[in-house]
Design a protein around this ligand. Structure first.
Ligand SMILES: [Zn+2]
Ligand SMILES: [Zn+2]
Length: 236
């Protein structure tokens, strides 16, 4: 309990976005209200569903189910969320990790299906060179408040990115898969385990897809992905 109290003290006392006096969680009421929540989305790929469409997976995700059993993206990757993520990743604003983690926790509490909680929480790994440059893995820092809140085992050492992956932008789906082939190494067997991958941003989903496949090959029973933000999908 003392630990929780201490962590709450470490959250910024001013709003992380506009410096107004903050509400619990690190954002002031005004900034919270304006957040682009992504509540109406496909439960398999987290792409936003058209307004008024019934909730449930897209037809494409039903016909050809993705490697992920479920994917929850808390927010759309647009202002101010994109700014928060960029500050966290490229400007050393580590204080934003618990703010984003708590927003993700709220989305999970509201939208996650009533499944058993995962046995392991796996932050999407950075290649060690990138980790060395940045000094921390933002996915791991975002996963910490989730692990605390639901008493989940955080296992960042179980997956490694064994080579730096070249940028994925400009590649089609097939080329992205080839680009990521063999990029991740899973430690040990995961037979019968339910897992949740945690990341800051989901763009095309190819990284999470590659990881989910690698985890399944090691025996994982169910693989979910929990991400703070999802970029708008490319046009139809
Ligand atoms: Zn604010
Ligand atoms: Zn989908």
């Amino acid at each position: 309990m003392v630990y929780h109290w201490l962590l709450d003290r470490l959250l910024p006392e001013r709003c992380a976005l506009c410096a107004a006096p903050a509400a619990p969680g690190g954002l002031c009421p005004g900034c919270r209200r304006d957040l682009p929540w992504l509540a109406h989305a496909c439960p398999r790929c987290a792409r936003p569903l058209p307004p008024g469409a019934p909730s449930g997976p897209f037809g494409a995700c039903q016909r050809q189910p993705p490697a992920l059993d479920a994917c929850i993206a808390a927010l759309a990757y647009e202002l101010p969320v994109d700014r928060m993520v960029q500050l966290l990743k490229f400007h050393g604003r580590l204080d934003l990790a618990p703010v984003l983690g708590r927003l993700l926790a709220e989305a999970l509490a509201e939208r996650r299906p009533p499944w058993p909680w995962p046995d392991l929480l796996l932050p999407v790994p950075l290649h060690r060179r990138r980790l060395h440059q940045r000094g921390y893995n933002q996915a791991l820092e975002i996963a910490r408040p989730l692990a605390r809140r639901w008493h989940l085992a955080l296992a960042p050492q179980r997956v490694r990115r064994c080579r730096p992956t070249p940028p994925q932008s400009g590649l089609d789906a097939r080329a992205r898969r080839v680009n990521l082939r063999g990029a991740f190494r899973v430690q040990g067997r995961l037979d019968g385990l339910n897992l949740a991958l945690v990341d800051d941003v989901m763009t095309t989903g190819s990284t999470l897809d590659a990881l989910a496949r690698a985890l399944r090959r090691r025996g994982a029973r169910r693989v979910e992905a929990w991400v703070c933000a999802r970029t708008p999908p490319p046009g139809p």
